[in-house]
Design a protein around this ligand. Structure first.
Ligand SMILES: C[S@@+](CC[C@H](N)C(=O)[O-])C[C@H]1O[C@@H](n2cnc3c(N)ncnc32)[C@H](O)[C@@H]1O
Length: 292
């Protein structure tokens, strides 16, 4: 059983599912629409407890999931939504012990997902050009995860180069405006077999990124996709998609660093070429190719 402690970031959730974030501090009082509850009345309660505010409003006190936390934490830059964080960690294949290069840190949402996935034996090196964003990100990260010896934030322009230290990176994950400018550095900083992933909101950015990957000649299995998450309303006989959804967030481009030679240059017959245009997805291609 996990009990709420002084210093925890928690969410109070009302009947409609609306979440209110607060950091527990002994002696302080949470106020909501004219009603209050002392933090001392929350400290010591089990995670998931039902609590009552001063005029009877009931709420549930929860330690937020990472996805819930990123939606409520203070932002410098726009964060990556949970639906994309989920896709990125699997498609970039972030594994325990991996050495990951990230840019830019932004508000730290993706950084946290990477840190959790690499675990205690891994490492995340995150480039962030802006000092203020790096500071906000570090606060966000430490408030949820505590001290993180596996994280290094470099306040540097990643377009100018990537420092590798003694070991190359296993994974490179980018969320910044011009990832194609990082591709020439990724060629040297990523180990063979490593995964490159970038996330951009517009089609011209995707085009420039894929062109740069193809030009570099050491990337294969290049794929681009987006994720549409449609939630449903399930109430009695009203079972239907919700009326509102986030229709667009960003495109994810993934590639593997490989020894050149199997596939030709841009637009040829490889997995990133025209053969699969009609199937439109990695899954469809897998189904067509089978295990042969
Ligand atoms: C969209 S935000 C990243 C948000 C982050 N992924 C998150 O989930 O919180 C893009 C970040 O990249 C940073 N950035 C832009 N160009 C950069 C560069 N050349 N080198 C390092 N960071 C850069 C920006 O300052 C900004 O913080």
């Amino acid at each position: 059983m996990r009990f709420l402690q002084n210093g925890d970031r928690i969410h109070l959730v009302d009947k409609k599912g609306r979440q209110y974030a607060l950091t527990l501090k002994a002696g302080e009082v949470f106020q909501y629409s004219g009603q209050t509850i002392a933090h001392d009345d929350l400290i010591g309660k089990a995670d998931g407890s039902l609590v009552m505010l001063s005029r009877g409003k009931r709420m549930v006190a929860l330690l937020p999931t990472l996805g819930e936390y990123v939606l409520k934490m203070p932002r410098g830059a726009q964060v990556i939504y949970p639906k994309d964080l989920a896709m990125i960690t699997i498609w970039a294949d972030i594994y325990p012990g991996a050495r990951v290069l990230e840019a830019g840190t932004g508000s730290g949402a993706l950084t946290m997902a990477l840190l959790r996935a690499v675990g205690e034996r891994g490492a995340v090196v995150s480039y962030e050009a802006r000092e203020d964003f790096a500071r906000t990100a570090m606060k966000n990260i430490e408030r949820l995860l505590g001290p993180v010896p596996t994280l290094t934030i470099r306040r540097q322009d990643v377009y100018e180069g990537i420092e590798t230290g003694e070991k190359l990176f296993d994974r490179i994950v980018l969320d910044l405006p011009e990832p194609w400018r990082v591709v020439p550095h990724a060629v040297h900083a990523l180990r063979s077999g490593g995964v490159y992933l970038s996330y951009v909101p517009t089609v011209p950015q995707v085009m420039q990124t894929v062109e740069a990957l193809e030009r570099a000649a050491v990337f294969g299995l290049i794929q681009t996709f987006e994720t549409l998450l449609r939630t449903w309303n399930i109430q009695g006989r009203s079972v239907r998609p919700d009326h509102r959804m986030v229709a667009h967030s960003g495109f994810i481009t993934v590639a593997r660093k490989i020894e050149p030679g199997l596939w030709g240059s841009a637009g040829s017959d490889g997995p990133s070429g025209s053969e699969d245009e009609e199937t439109g997805s990695g899954q469809a291609r897998d189904a067509e190719q089978g295990d042969a």
